[in-house]
Design a binder for this molecule. Structure first.
Ligand SMILES: *[C@@H]1O[C@H](CO)[C@@H](O)[C@H](O)[C@H]1NC(C)=O
Ligand SMILES: *[C@@H]1O[C@H](CO)[C@@H](O)[C@H](O)[C@H]1NC(C)=O
Ligand SMILES: *[C@@H]1O[C@H](CO)[C@@H](O)[C@H](O)[C@H]1NC(C)=O
Ligand SMILES: *[C@@H]1O[C@H](CO)[C@@H](O)[C@H](O)[C@H]1NC(C)=O
Ligand SMILES: *[C@@H]1O[C@H](CO)[C@@H](O)[C@H](O)[C@H]1NC(C)=O
Length: 278
């Protein structure tokens, strides 16, 4: 029979392994999706919202011209900064697309995902089995206790009337919480945004919030050439990916204090202290 001390240690170790395996994870998992297009300056366009090699996500002025002042406030709150018109999804072929998302990885802070790239495989709906590689250009503040990625699709829900500020009133586009419902309605959008709107009906098959499996991947230049944004931990992430060390957390993943894994670490440390004191 084990001594009481060893029994406690064994129970703690088993519990630790079980919880570590199920704890939140910033490199891969399952998630929900939605879509939006609010024309606002994206959250990952603020320098302080992540750690970047150069600039955060490229911003534009009200005319869609790229600007380099990342301190300007969002046009959705009387500021002079808006999202750019080229951060829209596009299809490479029938089963693969690129795009941009507002991310929320459950249990982590936005500095974990801003400008990180993720591969999605859709797991249900008409797009089941199709793949996308996306860059997190924004943050989905509407967390529900699971990871969720909101695809940036022109004509998607506009939560803040930012599109009306930028483009003026339209029967469809620019109305708060309204959105395009049919492919024809994409014609109400400015020319540069139409292809991203049509993508939703052509490639995405107007799927209704399909779920995904997701994993972080090295960012392709197809995406970083558009946003100009590269994470400071990107090189280290690529080096780890090349040695197949894909299970360790990315270098600058930052957990939300109070999340399951953080609480567990504290609990484990406390129990170890009790054990040592026995
Ligand atoms: C999609 O994911 C959400 C969140 O985890 C879950 O509640 C829902 O049941 C899933 N839907 C399908 C069809 O798997
Ligand atoms: C946007 O374009 C309009 C019309 O050409 C011009 O009057 C305005 O100054 C421009 N705004 C910015 C911020 O460049
Ligand atoms: C679609 O494009 C992706 C990315 O380039 C490629 O991996 C895949 O093989 C292509 N699929 C088809 C059916 O061409
Ligand atoms: C990584 O995994 C692939 C596929 O399993 C393998 O071919 C490759 O040799 C591995 N690379 C290293 C550095 O272990
Ligand atoms: C993250 O989850 C995947 C499976 O979804 C697993 O293979 C990987 O080991 C996990 N990584 C961490 C750091 O827990």
């Amino acid at each position: 029979m084990l001594s009481p001390r060893l029994s406690v240690a064994a129970v703690l170790l088993v519990a630790h392994s079980a919880l570590a395996a199920s704890s939140v994870n910033s490199t891969s998992g399952t998630g929900a999706t939605s879509f939006y297009w609010d024309c606002c300056k994206a959250s990952c366009s603020w320098t302080a919202h992540g750690s970047f090699v150069g600039n955060p996500v490229q911003v534009c002025n009200i005319n869609g011209t790229k600007i380099s002042d990342y301190t300007l406030g969002t046009g959705c709150n009387d500021g002079d900064s808006f999202s750019c018109l080229d951060q829209i999804p596009w299809a490479v072929n029938d089963t693969f697309s690129y795009g941009f998302v507002g991310a929320e990885i459950d249990g982590f802070l936005e500095s974990t995902w801003c400008c990180g790239c993720y591969e999605f495989v859709f797991t249900n709906g008409p797009v089941q089995g199709k793949r996308m590689v996306v860059q997190a250009s924004n943050t989905n503040y509407d967390a529900h206790g699971y990871s969720q990625f909101n695809l940036g699709i022109p004509g998607g829900y506009d939560y803040a009337s930012g599109c009306a500020t930028e483009f003026g009133a339209s029967p469809i586009f620019g109305k708060q919480n309204n959105g395009v419902l049919t492919r024809d309605q994409c014609d109400y959008l400015p020319d540069s945004l139409k292809p991203g709107c049509q993508w939703r009906f052509d490639w995405f098959l107007n799927a209704n919030k399909p779920n995904v499996t997701w994993k972080r991947v090295p960012c392709p230049t197809e995406l970083t050439d558009i946003t100009g944004c590269i994470r400071s931990d990107e090189a280290e992430f690529i080096a780890k990916a090349q040695t197949n060390d894909t299970t360790s957390p990315p270098p600058s993943a930052a957990s939300i204090v109070g999340s399951q894994s953080v609480q567990y670490t504290f609990a484990f440390a406390a129990l170890i202290s009790i054990f040592v004191a026995l």
